[in-house]
Ligand binder design. Structure first.
Ligand SMILES: [Zn+2]
Length: 193
């Protein structure tokens, strides 16, 4: 599948599907992440690791779909945002082949744990999302994922109470860590159908 075709498929997908925004290929960039580089250090400075789920939650800026936004500066000084999960993938697994997408096994859009990321097409992304959300046979999305120690009513209460109560206050009240609260309020781990 050519990248151009991928973009058309995304535009045709129903709005309720959780699909990655069409993203540029880091593999074509002059600025590349490598272990120990300033990019790697900057990525690390925006990560909280969740002990049970194993997700690495991106705490920097996120897109409206909850994907981490990582600012890259080109050698000519031009600055643009790319997916933080794509930067993490390249850092740990090497260049992303042209036209391929970096997908989440865990369904946590702001997770940048390279072990939770895999390469696929937008069609696979849509299929995985449907399966996880119970549209084609698997358990429903949200309560079935690795962060689940909450249910929908608690998630709605948390969103209603934040930011009147702080994330750590909410964590104490609901018996989960502040990191879990952060993922609920920041990165749309739980999506309303
Ligand atoms: Zn994850």
């Amino acid at each position: 599948m050519k990248p151009r075709d991928s973009i058309r498929l995304v535009q045709a997908a129903p709005a309720m599907l959780v699909v990655c925004a069409p993203e540029r290929n880091l593999g074509e960039r002059a600025v590349r992440p490598s272990p120990g580089s300033s990019l790697a250090v900057r990525l690390e400075s925006h990560i909280i690791r969740l002990p049970i789920a194993g997700c690495w939650i991106w705490t920097g800026a996120t897109s409206h779909r909850g994907y981490g936004k990582f600012a890259l500066t080109h050698e000519n000084g031009r600055r643009e945002f790319v997916g933080a999960h794509r930067v993490s993938f390249e850092l740990h697994h090497g260049p992303i082949p042209p036209g391929m997408w970096v997908l989440h096994q865990c369904d946590v859009t702001c997770c940048v744990n390279p072990d939770h990321l895999y390469l696929g097409t937008v069609v696979e992304n849509t299929g995985d999302t449907l399966r996880r959300r119970g549209k084609i046979g698997a358990p429903s999305y949200g309560e079935s994922n690795g962060l689940a120690r909450l249910d929908w009513s608690k998630v709605r209460q948390i969103r209603g109470l934040y930011p009147k109560l702080s994330q750590s206050q909410l964590g104490t009240q609901f018996g989960v860590s502040q990191s879990v609260i952060s993922s609920v309020v920041r990165c749309k781990t739980w999506k309303e159908a």
